[in-house]
Design a protein around this ligand. Structure first.
Ligand code: IPM
Ligand code: MG
Length: 360
């Protein structure tokens, strides 16, 4: 029996996770994959109940599970807390404690959505890239990280630390090359080598690691240029390998290539059980309205089947079902094309995907 820890979190989290669970239950029956689901509390909901964004119980549940399905965390009611006590800290602590350093964010255009993106169809037709974001290093976790008085006592000074070790760069680079080997065999490593010391080491180590993968073509790109090239010519990219903060920013940008951030799933892999979540946040402004797009979370569930359960056919069945539902013209608000499509709510979108899942 495969144990899945389910952490809905805050805002739209519970709504999107509910739809992903429907889909997992459907494939569990259809493909005869025994799954059990155990709920855990995380983020703002956990702060309100236990005073901490990642209670011990949730920690233990995640540590012992085979995989984790995660919704989203955060909301305005917790915005004034210091960074180390905010809801987001629950997610960051999970990533760090479980050693989930490799964050896969595939950016693949579903053909029926070609006109849902604000970008021209001739630029985005056929977009299929993967942002591989380093997830447990860099500015997110570097020490010191603090706010204190300036030495002269006039005002305050805030410090974040961007640090990377050879070992941290090497292991994420290896994953990047391995993924590229199974795709179109091109890897673009993104850095800011003209300014940052951490980028100098990054570029050196990635170049060195590339020697183990002679079949993959490596190129380097500065992050500012990359943010432009992603819009100018996104099809040139296959695997985009980058550090934590750059990956956070570039993946939100890349989401617009495929219509909406509501379409982008992610898998966080490494030492502990894989964690699967949409790349978008908790969207408190639309929570509880049955309007949020559940597809990013449903696609994350497909990634869970692929990477943690090695059940490729079940993963593909979900992705094919989504393609058919979009092909039939069903759209949530974020990908709505007036005049060409039928608007559906969150739950209905989930139900449609369930109905379209078939054994290949
Ligand atoms: C993401 C999110 C998180 C991040 C937040 C919620 C801490 O933006 O997964 O991209 O910055 O990593
Ligand atoms: Mg982000």
């Amino acid at each position: 029996m495969t144990r899945i820890a389910v952490l809905p979190g805050d805002g739209v989290g519970p709504e999107i996770v509910r739809e992903a669970l429907k889909v997992l239950q459907r494939v569990s029956r259809l493909f005869d994959i025994p799954l059990t689901f155990e709920d855990g509390i995380v983020g703002g909901a956990a702060i309100d109940r236990y005073g901490t964004p990642l209670p011990l119980e949730t920690r233990n549940l995640c540590r012992t599970a085979d995989a984790i399905l995660f919704g989203a965390v955060g909301g305005p009611q917790w915005d004034n807390l210091p960074v180390d006590r905010r809801p987001e800290r629950g997610l960051l602590a999970l990533r760090k404690e479980l050693g989930l350093y490799a964050n896969l964010r595939p950016v693949k255009l579903f053909a029926p959505l070609v006109d849902a993106s604000p970008l021209k169809r001739e630029v985005i037709t056929g977009v299929d890239l993967l942002v591989l974001r380093e997830l447990t290093g860099g500015l997110y976790f570097g020490e010191p990280k603090e706010i204190g008085p300036t030495p002269d006592g006039k005002g305050e000074r805030a410090i974040d630390t961007l640090s990377y070790t050879t070992c941290e760069i090497e292991r994420i680079a290896r994953i990047g090359f391995q993924i590229a080997e199974r795709r179109r065999k091109r890897l673009t490593s993104v850095d800011k080598v003209n300014v940052l010391a951490s980028s100098q080491l990054w570029r050196r180590v990635v170049t060195e690691t590339a020697k183990e993968f002679p079949g993959v073509e490596l190129s380097h790109m500065l992050v500012d240029n990359c943010s432009m090239q992603l819009i100018r010519d996104p099809r040139r990219f296959d695997v985009v390998l980058t550090e934590n903060t750059f990956g956070d920013i570039l993946s939100d940008e890349a989401a617009m290539l495929v219509g909406s951030i509501g379409m982008l799933p992610s898998a966080s892999l490494g030492e502990g059980p894989g964690l699967y979540e949409p790349i978008h946040g908790s969207a408190p402004d639309i929570a509880g309205q049955d309007t949020v797009n559940p597809l990013a979370t449903i696609l994350s569930a497909a990634m869970l089947l692929r990477y943690s359960l090695h059940h490729e056919s079940a993963a593909t069945a979900i992705e094919t079902a989504i393609d058919r539902v979009l092909e039939a013209g069903h759209r949530t608000l974020d990908i709505m094309q007036p005049g060409h499509a039928v608007l559906v709510g969150t739950a209905q979108m989930g139900n449609l995907v369930v109905e379209h899942i078939a054994r290949g």
